[in-house]
Design a protein around this ligand. Structure first.
Ligand code: BGC
Ligand code: BGC
Length: 590
C-alpha cells in the first residue's frame, strides 16, 4: 500500500516554498558533499518509502511510481498531495534541491484513475501523424503536471521486430521511421518544446526515450532477452529513434533490460557513454530500468560499479536504496568509481531539474489537477482512437453502418474499459473491468445510434433479429514479459463467438482489440468487415465514429500482418516478404 503516514518535516525556507530561480549548477555542485551527490543519483519507488522522511535523511533526488505503486486513494488530488509532501521533504534538506517524480505515462497517465487514456503506441503508429502524437503528449503532460509529477517514462522508441514480444504495443511499429518521427513528436509534446525557450508554463515534463537500445530486437521477441544482430543493423534500425529524440531535446534516456550479443545493456559502456553521450551528443541523463543493474553478473556492489562506470547517471534502485547508497559511497571512497563520473552524473541531473523549472515551481499546480479527465482532453483521445484504427476488410461496403440500422453488438470485450485500455492502466498489467472512467465501445455506439437501436449480448443470442452484427474480440491486458506469446491467436471463446454471429446469416463486422497482429485464420473469411482498433483507450466513442461513418478510417498498419506463425518474425523489407496485409495497408470508405 502507499498510504503515506505523516512524517515530521523540517522547516522549508519561505523562498524555496514560494519558488526561486535555479542556482548556477556548477556553484551548487561545488557545495555538495558525497552523500548529497549520491542521493541525487538514487531513484526510489514510492512503495519503498515508509513516510517520505527518507528523502530528507538521504537527500534522495528522485521518486518513481512503478506500475503498481499507486496512490491510495487513487484520485488526482491524493497523487498531488503525496507529491507535495515528498517535495517538502526534499526542499527541507540543507541545499533544498527539488525532487523529480517519474511514472510510466505511456498512454496518458495510465496509473491515475480518472486520467484520460490514449491509444497505445501501436495504434498511434497507424496514424502516421506527428502532429496528433504531439497533441496527445501535450495533454498527457498537462494531466501529469496536475498530479505534481514531473517526468514521463515515455516515449518508448523501441522498433519491435517480433510480434511475439509482450511490449510490441508500446512500440510505434516495426520501422525506424516511425520511432524517429513519432518519438520526436512525443518528446516535443511532453516537454512543451512548442513554446519558446524559457516560456514554459509549468506543464512541461521530462520525457524519456526508452529502452536503450534494441529492446525490440530480441530473439523470439523474448522480453529482456538477447538481441543478436550486427552493429550495422543496430545502428540502422534501433538507433535512429534516439538520434531523433535527442534532436528534439529529450531530457532522459532509459537503458534496456535486454542484452546485445550476450552483453547486458546496463553494463555497456561503449553504447551508453561513447555512442549515446559521445557520438549522439546526448546531454541529458541516463536512468537505469527497474532493479535492472541487479541482474548484471556477480554481487550487487560490482553491479553498481559496472552500471555507473558504464554511464548510468541515475539508478532506478528502486527498493533497496540504503544498500545502493552505502555501496556507491564505498566504491567512490575506494576509487573504483571516479569522482569525475559522480560529478558528471549529478551535473546532468541538476541541469534537467533546472531546465524544467523545478526550483521555480516545486509544488503541484492545483488548477491543473482539476483539468484531469476533462472533456477537452477526452476529445483529443477520441480523435486519436479514431485515427489509430485500421480497416482491413470491408466486403460489399458493409461499413459504415447506417445510423438507423438495428445493430446487434456482442462479446464481453465490447463493454469493458479495462480491456480497451490494455496494460499500464491503473496497474502494471492492466485488467478487465471497470478500472477507470471513460466510454466503452458499447456506450459509444449507444450514444451514436441510441439505446433503442442497439441490442447487446455476450454470446450473439438473438443476433438474427438485427440488420448487422458487430463482434468485439481480442487480447486480454498484459505488460512486459507476461505478454510474451509463442502463439498469436484469437481465443477459442472469441472464435466460437464469431461463428455464432455468422450463423445468423447477417453481415458480421469484427472489431479486433489487440496490442499486435494476431493470426486471423478462418476469422477473416467469416467476417464481412474487419477493423483492428488496437488498444484504443478510454474513448470508445472514437470507434463508434468509424462504425457509423461520422469519420472515415485513415489508419495504416504500423506492423506487417502475418498470415501464420511461420511468417514471424515478419518485417517490411524482408527478402521473402509475404504478409497477409502489408505494412502501411489500410482501407477507407468511398
Ligand atoms: C519497465 C520500464 C518502466 C519501469 C518503471 C520497467 O519494468 O521496463 O519501461 O519504465 O519498469 O515502471
Ligand atoms: C513494478 C513495475 C516494474 C516491474 C519490474 C513491478 O512491481 O510495478 O513498474 O516494471 O515490477 O519487475
Amino acid at each position: 500500500g502507499c498510504l503515506i503516514p505523516r512524517a515530521r518535516v523540517a522547516a522549508v525556507p519561505a523562498e524555496r516554498r514560494a519558488g526561486m530561480a535555479a542556482p548556477p549548477i556548477d556553484a551548487l555542485l561545488a557545495q555538495m558533499n558525497l552523500d548529497e551527490k549520491i542521493g541525487q543519483m538514487t531513484q526510489v519507488d514510492r512503495t519503498a518509502l515508509i513516510d517520505g522522511s527518507e528523502i530528507h535523511e538521504l537527500f534522495i533526488g528522485s521518486v518513481l511510481s512503478g506500475g503498481d505503486s499507486l496512490a491510495i486513494p487513487n484520485t488526482p488530488s491524493s497523487w498531488a498531495d503525496g507529491y507535495d509532501r515528498y517535495q517538502t521533504q526534499a526542499l527541507s534538506t540543507r541545499l533544498g534541491i527539488p525532487l523529480i517524480y517519474g511514472i510510466d505515462a505511456v498512454h496518458g497517465v495510465g496509473g491515475v484513475k480518472g486520467a484520460v487514456v490514449f491509444p497505445h503506441n501501436v495504434g498511434l503508429g497507424c496514424t502516421r501523424s506527428p502532429e496528433l502524437v504531439e497533441a496527445v503528449a501535450r495533454v498527457t503532460a498537462r494531466e501529469l503536471a496536475g498530479t505534481g509529477m514531473d517526468w514521463a517514462f515515455a516515449p518508448c522508441v523501441a522498433v519491435s521486430r517480433d510480434e511475439r514480444w509482450g511490449r510490441a504495443y508500446e512500440s510505434f511499429g516495426e520501422t525506424p521511421e516511425l520511432a524517429e518521427s513519432l518519438g520526436a513528436a512525443a518528446v516535443r509534446g511532453l516537454q512543451n518544446a512548442g513554446t519558446s525557450a524559457g516560456a514554459r508554463d509549468g506543464t512541461a515534463v521530462l520525457a524519456c526515450a526508452k529502452h536503450f537500445v534494441a529492446d525490440g530486437a530480441t530473439t523470439g521477441g523474448r522480453d529482456r532477452g538477447d538481441a543478436r544482430l550486427s552493429e550495422e543493423e543496430l545502428r540502422r534500425l534501433h538507433l535512429p529513434g534516439y538520434a531523433a529524440a535527442i534532436k528534439a531535446g529529450v531530457a532522459t534516456v532509459m537503458v534496456s533490460y535486454s542484452s546485445w550479443n550476450g552483453q547486458p545493456m546496463h553494463g555497456n559502456r561503449r553504447l551508453i557513454t561513447d555512442v549515446l553521450k559521445g557520438e549522439l551528443a546526448f546531454d541529458g541523463f541516463v536512468v537505469s530500468d527497474w532493479a535492472a543493474i541487479d541482474r548484471l553478473p556477480g554481487p550487487y556492489l560490482g553491479d553498481i560499479e559496472t552500471g555507473i562506470n558504464a554511464g548510468i547517471d541515475m539508478v532506478m534502485v528502486p527498493i533497496r536504496f540504503r544498500e545502493f547508497i552505502t555501496g556507491l559511497k564505498q566504491l567512490v571512497t575506494a576509487g573504483r568509481v571516479p569522482m569525475t563520473r559522480i560529478d558528471d552524473a549529478v551535473r546532468r541531473i541538476l541541469r534537467q531539474k533546472a531546465r524544467f523549472g523545478l526550483w521555480q515551481r516545486p509544488f503541484t499546480d492545483q488548477t491543473l489537477t482539476g483539468e484531469i479527465g476533462s472533456p477537452a482532453h477526452r476529445a483529443v483521445a477520441r480523435e486519436a482512437a479514431r485515427r489509430s484504427a485500421v480497416l482491413l476488410k470491408n466486403d460489399g461496403a458493409v461499413l459504415p453502418l447506417r445510423k438507423d440500422a438495428r445493430v446487434h453488438l456482442c462479446g464481453s470485450k465490447a463493454d469493458d474499459i479495462g480491456i480497451q485500455c490494455g496494460g499500464w492502466t491503473v496497474g502494471w498489467h492492466g485488467r478487465r473491468g471497470d478500472v477507470t472512467d471513460g466510454t466503452t465501445i458499447r456506450q459509444g455506439i449507444a450514444a451514436t445510434i441510441g439505446e433503442a437501436k442497439l441490442d447487446y449480448s455476450t454470446d450473439a443470442a438473438g443476433a438474427d433479429r438485427a440488420d448487422a452484427i458487430v463482434v468485439v474480440v481480442g487480447e486480454e491486458p498484459y505488460a512486459e514479459e507476461s505478454g510474451d506469446r509463442a502463439k498469436l491467436a484469437l481465443s477459442s471463446e472469441d472464435e466460437t463467438l464469431i461463428a455464432a454471429a455468422g450463423r445468423s446469416g447477417k453481415p458480421v463486422v469484427v472489431l479486433l482489440i489487440t496490442g499486435r497482429p494476431l493470426i486471423l485464420g478462418p476469422v477473416l473469411d467469416a467476417a464481412s468487415a474487419l477493423m483492428v482498433v488496437w488498444l484504443p483507450g478510454t474513448e470508445g466513442g472514437g470507434v463508434a465514429d468509424l462504425l457509423f461513418g461520422v469519420a472515415r478510417p485513415t489508419g495504416k498498419l504500423s506492423y506487417s500482418w502475418p498470415a501464420n506463425m511461420s511468417n514471424i518474425p515478419l518485417n517490411v523489407g524482408d527478402p521473402r516478404y509475404a504478409p497477409l496485409f502489408e505494412y502501411g495497408f489500410g482501407l477507407t470508405y468511398a
